[in-house]
Ligand binder design. Sequence first.
Ligand code: SAH
Length: 248
Amino acid sequence: MDIPRIFTITESAHRIHNPFTSDKLACLGEALRLEPGTRVLDLGSGSGEMLCTWARDFGITGTGVDMSRLFSEQAKIRARELGVADRVEFIHDDACGYVAEKKAGLAACVGATWIGGGVAGTIELLSKSLLAGGMILIGEPYWRRLPPTQDVARKCHADSAADYLVLPQLLASFGELGYDVVEMVLADQAGWDRYEAAKWLTMRRWLEANPDDDFAEEVRAQLRSEPERYAAFTREYLGWGVFALMAR
Ligand code: SAH
């Protein structure tokens, strides 16, 4: 079981697989006022940077579930590197339908809400693993500017403009699901640059090391087109943030 290979090529050197920088991740951890010992569940935990740094900085314990074999391995290595391997565990698995045996004080899905079939389904899934009074974290894109045409939406890698909301609508949608939005930290364009532009050097290096790979042509094509596509579309139109929710 694994995610499509193109992601494990382009994001193999990322510690954070979303437009947050390590500063933003730390800022979010502080904003949540996490008590030491809080149990955190993270569905789509990627390379584990959130759980590992929060275990180090705030004394949380955590479980991450991720379908990428590579990212799950990297997460375990990171936990050892930061000296928190006794406090965080990483499970390589499909997180669709995952409900934790021990309920968590904080249940997160940061940039992978397709796991629950969208934002509403993911909130419902996370709520099944949550202690009463616990907090849910959702990381999700929103439109900074509404795409004027469907073509522009697609160039932002959305299927259509309807895939995302503008920020006030996204915040209102959490209310409609019965949740208070109690905190949020938003990415910025510099963070998007770290997420997207970091892929370019990774692709270039990968091409040099794997010129005859079956994927080389696809990676070469992406490296040629991505900087311009990203600057014209994703960077201008798409925002991204993490939203902390508590049931009303
Ligand atoms: N939350 C992490 C990763 C976000 S990228 C971070 O912010 O760094 C999306 C992640 O979802 C990837 O790590 C990918 O491997 C994982 N993923 C995709 N589909 C999944 C599924 N069905 N179950 C578990 N993880 C999944």
